[in-house]
Design a protein around this ligand. Structure first.
Ligand SMILES: *Cc1c(COP(=O)(O)O)cnc(C)c1O
Length: 387
C-alpha cells in the first residue's frame, strides 16, 4: 500500500483495530494516582503509568499522533508552546555554552534566552533577522551547542535554508532546534530536513479553537530524546487530560483547517499587496514576498499568518485601522478558527540589529470566515488608516 496522506493518517490512528470495544476517542482520565491490583503489578511497566505525571491515555494518544505527524521517533507534550521551545534549549545546553539564533525569533523565546539562560551562564548570539545559512554557520564557534531556527520567523517572516544550516551544524556537532509553529508539522517537516528537534505551539493550528495552551516537541536522535525526557521529568511539566483530549481532537481536522485558512490567507495577501496603503506583505507563499523561493522549495502548504508593512503611517493610524474592523478580533495568538489582528511595530525595538520598516507593521491571522467578507472588513480598516 502506498504511504497514507496526512489527512488519512491523523484519522486512521483512531480507527485502528485490535483494541477491543472502545470509544472512538480515548477517555479523559483525570488522575494523579493509578491503582494496581497487586503489589507486584505496581512495578510492571506493561500495566501502564502508575502516576499522572507520566501522562494518561489521551496524552499518550496525542504524543503518538504528533510523533507520526512529525516523522519522529518520539514526541512529548508540555504545558505551552513556549515550554516546547525552552525545554530543548535547557536540555541541550550547560553553563558556558552558546546558542546562535536571529533577531527574528519569537519574542518570549528571546526573553528566555536573554533573561533565564543568560543568568544560567548560557549566552546567545542574535544575528540580523535576514541572516542566511552561510551567515548562521559562520557565527558558530566552539562554544556553540545549539542553533535555534524559526522559518518563517515570527513577525517579519524571514526564511532560512534549513537543510543547509542543519547539515552544517551536524558536521560541527551542533544541535539544531526549529520552532515549526507556522509549518504545524504539516506544511514542513523539520526532521526530514536534518533538524534534530522540531517544536511547535500546539496552541495554534493543532488545537485550532483558541481554547487551550500546549507545546509539542518531536525528535529521533536518542541523545536529544533522553535529554528532553529528563528535562521534562526534572521540571515536572504535565498537560491536563482535558487539554490533551482537545488537542487530539484538533489534530483530526488540522489538515483541512490549515489548507482552507492558507487558501484564504493567500487571497487576502494578494488583495492587500495591490492596495496603495500597503507597502509590502510579509508572507512567503505570496509570489514576490521575502522568502518565497525557499517556501516553494521546502513547503507543502501555507499557514494563514502574515505581516503587513504599511506605507508610512504612525501608531495612531494603526490604531484607527484596528478599531475600524469588525470581523478581526483584536487579540494575540493565531491558528484558531477566528481571524485576529495586532499592531506590532513596537516589538522591533528589542532587536540587536533594529531594522527600520518603511511603515507601521500589522500582523494578521486569517481564520475560517469567508475571505471576501474579511477583505471587505479590511477595506474599511485601510480607509481608517489613511485617515
Ligand atoms: C505562540 C508561539 C509560541 C508559544 O506558544 P504558547 O502556547 O503561546 O506559549 C512559540 N513560538 C511561536 C512561533 C509562536 O507563535
Amino acid at each position: 500500500m502506498p504511504p497514507l496522506s496526512d489527512r488519512t493518517r491523523l484519522i486512521a490512528s483512531a480507527t485502528r483495530r485490535g483494541q477491543g470495544r472502545r470509544p472512538v476517542s480515548p477517555p479523559v482520565e483525570r488522575a494523579s494516582t493509578m491503582l494496581s491490583d497487586r503489589a507486584e503489578a505496581m512495578r510492571d511497566e506493561a500495566e501502564g503509568p502508575v502516576y499522572g505525571l507520566q501522562g494518561t491515555s489521551a496524552a499518550q494518544a496525542l504524543r503518538e499522533a504528533l510523533a507520526d505527524l512529525e516523522g519522529a521517533e518520539r514526541a512529548f507534550v508540555v504545558p505551552s508552546g513556549l515550554a516546547a521551545v525552552t525545554v530543548p534549549l535547557l536540555a541541550l545546553t550547560r553553563p558556558g555554552d552558546e546558542v546562535v539564533t536571529t533577531d527574528a525569533v519569537y519574542g518570549p523565546t528571546r526573553r528566555f534566552l536573554t533573561r533565564y539562560q543568560a543568568a544560567r551562564g548560557v549566552t546567545t548570539r542574535f544575528l540580523p533577522a535576514e541572516a542566511d545559512a552561510q551567515a548562521v554557520l559562520a557565527a558558530v564557534t566552539e562554544r556553540t551547542r545549539v542553533v535555534l531556527m524559526e522559518s518563517p520567523a515570527s513577525l517579519t517572516f524571514e526564511m532560512v535554508d534549513v537543510a543547509a544550516v542543519a547539515s552544517g551544524c551536524r558536521a560541527r556537532g551542533v544541535a539544531t532546534v526549529l520552532d515549526n509553529t507556522w509549518g504545524a508539522g504539516l506544511a514542513f517537516r523539520p526532521l526530514a530536513h536534518g533538524v534534530d528537534v522540531s517544536v511547535q505551539a500546539l496552541t495554534k493550528y493543532a488545537a485550532g479553537h483558541s481554547d487551550l495552551l500546549m507545546g509539542g516537541i518531536a525528535a529521533s536522535d536518542p541523545r536529544c530524546l533522553s535529554a528532553i525526557a529528563n528535562t521534562i521529568e526534572d521540571l515536572g511539566w504535565h498537560v491536563s487530560p482535558d487539554d490533551a483530549w482537545l488537542a487530539l481532537r484538533g489534530l483530526r481536522t488540522l489538515p483541512l483547517r490549515y489548507a482552507e485558512q492558507g487558501r484564504s490567507a493567500l487571497k487576502v495577501a494578494e488583495w492587500l499587496k495591490a492596495r496603495p496603503e500597503v507597502s509590502r506583505v510579509l508572507y512567503p507563499p505570496l509570489p514576490g514576498s521575502v522568502g518565497h523561493d525557499l517556501w516553494r522549495r521546502d513547503f507543502a502548504g501555507a499557514a494563514s499568518l502574515m505581516g503587513v508593512v504599511m506605507r508610512g503611517g504612525d501608531t495612531a493610524a494603526g490604531r484607527r485601522m484596528l478599531d475600524a474592523l469588525s470581523l478581526f478580533g483584536l487579540g494575540y495568538s493565531w491558528g484558531g478558527f477566528e481571524s485576529l489582528i495586532t499592531h506590532e511595530a513596537h516589538q522591533m525595538a528589542y532587536r540587536d540589529h533594529p531594522s527600520t520598516l518603511e511603515g507601521e507593521l500589522i500582523r494578521l491571522h486569517v481564520g475560517l470566515e469567508d475571505p471576501d467578507d474579511l477583505i471587505a472588513d479590511l477595506e474599511r480598516g485601510l480607509a481608517a488608516f489613511a485617515g
